[in-house]
Design a protein around this ligand. Structure first.
Ligand SMILES: [Zn+2]
Length: 463
């Protein structure tokens, strides 16, 4: 085992900032030492981190590598997507394994293990998408919790594909209440949305912006309230994924005020982009089609407030990239055929640092939202999400003064556009360690597929 000393950086955690040396032994953090303690002068390797932030590697709790959607696949594989994650300072992803209707959870999970095994550059875990709630799949939930898959996502949207009705959601939540799992909800009223989509197409409204107009924020608010009510009846904790609208946030905040175990995440696209991007001319809006859709700009202030008050506790990407050429273009002339999803796994840590620079959140809150809270939420803490003795040495050395411009020309995601093309960011990842090994340093990549390992997760740390 070799030792590494990360020397003289500003170690930022969710709760404190201290100038310290971080001593890494093999794959783990051994100790935080006072500056110049001399105890570690025999380290095999010394990394000078003066002038930088030393933070826990990012945990992106919501990605969809090579996910099938509408006859195509998300363009990042586990190999390319996890390499891009590493480039952007994210050292753990939690992806979604999918149960197909008529198949078991086991088959779905095995298929995702087969896709990811030997491919990932950083560590990874799985949530399970429950698409077919029945006696058998309910029993299988218990088994999966025992295997470290401790969160199950259901959809109130996409009738005929992933959709579960309220009865099925209630039954799965009751099962989760018994086995300690966290229920995750895609909360949009898909039954009503499908009517609005059909009406738009029938009247010749086919442009990408219609994707947003046919999924109004009220229908996210309604579904969020309904999910929270079902969770209350089932006495089950619930986590609302990719919350985008003020209406939904109000429902979450209200439930949290009563003490109910309701949690929510939002995503960078809802904080920085808006329906104006979806309305870009010449079909360019298709680049911004994701569900829930980008909202009018005035929702952003509410989301920032939610991040400060902790009604939103996590920022994940919902990374689900489709190339503009050949994939997004499938929806020319019919917005409902545009594959839903946007790239972002590489940009999250930088965008959230920009939020620190812009005064939206504190540095510690940046670390908490991007690493510590998702690790705790999904049973990975203290192994992930913190720099503490015994934790995995997933460490990012971040230069807060570097300037960069986000662009598809320079990103590492396997997708032909950036949703943030041309955006200036203050701050940049300098060095990334994944379990003690340097995988990115000074603009060079040293990672490799198969270095990342599968993470067996414990249950939610906030209950
Ligand atoms: Zn998603």
């Amino acid at each position: 085992m070799s030792t590494t000393l990360i020397k003289g950086g500003r170690v930022v955690s969710a709760t404190a900032e201290v100038t310290a040396d971080v001593l890494v032994d093999g794959e783990r953090v051994l100790a935080l030492l006072g500056p110049g303690s001399g105890l570690a002068e025999n380290a095999d390797r010394v990394i000078d981190a003066s002038g930088t932030y030393v933070i826990p590697g990012g945990v992106d709790a919501h990605t969809h590598m090579e996910m099938p959607f509408g006859g195509t696949y998300a363009s990042d594989t586990f190999e390319t997507g996890t390499a891009a994650a590493a480039w952007g300072g994210t050292t753990t992803i939690i992806d979604f394994a999918i149960q197909s209707v008529g198949k078991s959870l086991r088959e779905g999970l095995d298929a995702w293990h087969a896709k990811a095994e030997g491919q990932c550059a950083v560590d990874y875990g799985f949530h399970m998408i429950l698409a077919d709630v029945n006696d058998q799949s309910l029993k299988e939930m218990d088994m999966l919790v025992g295997e470290g898959v401790t969160s199950f996502k259901m959809f109130m949207a996409y009738p005929g594909v992933f959709y579960s009705d309220d009865g099925k959601i209630l039954r799965a939540m009751q099962q989760a209440a018994g086995n300690g799992a966290l229920a995750m909800m895609h909360a949009e009223n898909g039954i009503a949305i499908d009517q609005l989509v059909a009406q738009a197409l029938a009247s010749g409204r086919t442009d990408p912006v219609e994707h947003g107009l046919t999924r109004p924020p009220e229908l996210e608010g309604e579904a969020t309230s309904r999910a929270i009510t079902l969770a209350k009846v089932a006495n089950c904790p619930v986590y609302i994924v990719h919350l985008s609208a003020r209406h939904a946030l109000e429902a979450v905040a209200q439930a949290r005020d009563t003490g109910q175990n309701v949690f929510a995440e939002t995503c960078p696209q809802y904080l920085w982009l808006s329906i104006d991007d979806l309305a870009r001319p010449d079909f360019e809006g298709a680049k911004f089609v994701a569900s829930p859709p980008l909202r009018p700009k005035d929702h952003q202030d509410s989301l920032w407030k939610g991040l400060r008050t902790n009604d939103l506790s996590v920022v994940s990407t919902d990374h689900c990239p489709f190339c503009f050429k050949g994939q997004k273009e499938m929806g020319r002339g019919d917005f409902s055929k545009i594959p839903n999803g946007m790239p972002g796994v590489e940009n999250r840590m930088d965008l959230l640092h920009q939020a620190v620079v812009d005064g939206h959140i504190s540095r510690r809150r940046w670390v908490e939202l991007a690493a510590t809270a998702p690790a705790r939420m999904f049973g990975l803490h203290p192994r992930k999400g913190t720099i503490a003795p015994g934790s995995d040495a997933d460490i990012v050395i971040y230069d807060p003064a570097a300037e960069q411009v986000i662009s598809a020309q320079t990103h590492h995601m396997a997708v032909d556009y950036s949703a943030y093309e041309g955006k200036r960011i203050t701050g940049k990842v300098r060095t990334v360690l994944s379990r003690g090994e340097v995988v990115v340093d000074g603009g060079e990549y040293f990672g490799r597929p198969g270095r990342g390992s599968y993470l067996t997760r414990s249950t939610c740390d906030y209950l």
